[in-house]
Design a protein around this ligand. Structure first.
Ligand code: URA
Length: 201
């Protein structure tokens, strides 16, 4: 039976294909009052195994970019447009995105972040409700309306893009630094000394 507490869902059966392909539901992680909320597309293989968003190779890139901006992963909230791994890592369908949308909207409203950062084309288009050329629009800030709330959204390329296109790396790292700055997080260094606070631990 489906249970949802405003942030996390258990037992959802809305998408028959994803119920088949998933090992588990991957809910968002991080403080429920985070200033910064990252929204990805959907869990991949590692996330499906571990039950946490962005813990595979893309997650390492995200962690690295946050670290360079002086922020720990534990200080931000990270979630996805869909919470179950699509088969063969295909994009979620329009119907699957719609089925999961209520959970995402509730999570955004509950966390009430200063800034939402969309990681890649799928979450950017899903949240803005229009087509997005993410390579060109990365780094742009948009005031979006979700239901009756207005939300500041920063568009970013997906961290995985940096793995197969090195030129995207600078764009991604700059956008994450911009996000940290806009949310008034970080150590104020903006990573300028190249040191991550992760090194303190
Ligand atoms: N890519 C995503 O979009 N989300 C994840 O959780 C992992 C990889």
């Amino acid at each position: 039976m489906e249970q949802f507490d405003g942030l996390c869902v258990q037992g959802c059966q809305r998408c028959p294909n994803l119920v088949e392909s998933r090992s588990r539901i991957v809910n968002g992680v991080g403080p429920d009052d985070a200033d910064l909320l990252f929204v990805g597309e959907g869990p991949g293989e590692t996330e499906d195994e571990q039950g946490e968003p962005f813990v595979g190779r893309s997650g390492s890139v995200l962690d690295e970019a946050l670290g360079e901006a002086g922020v720990l992963r534990e200080e931000v909230r990270i979630t996805n447009c869909v919470r179950c791994r699509p088969p063969e890592n295909r994009d979620p369908t329009t119907e699957e995105l719609a089925n999961c949308r209520g959970y995402l909207d509730s999570e955004i409203a509950a966390v009430d972040p200063t800034l939402v950062v969309t990681l890649g084309k799928v979450p950017s288009e899903h949240l803005l409700g229009r087509s997005v050329g993410i390579t060109n629009e990365a780094g742009e800030i948009v005031d979006a309306r979700f239901g009756d709330r207005s939300q500041r959204v920063l568009l970013s390329v997906h961290p995985a893009a940096t793995l197969y296109d090195r030129s995207q790396r600078a764009t991604f790292f700059e956008t994450i630094a911009e996000a940290v700055d806009l949310a008034s997080l970080g150590d104020g260094n903006g990573g300028s000394d190249g040191q991550s606070r992760l090194g303190e631990f």
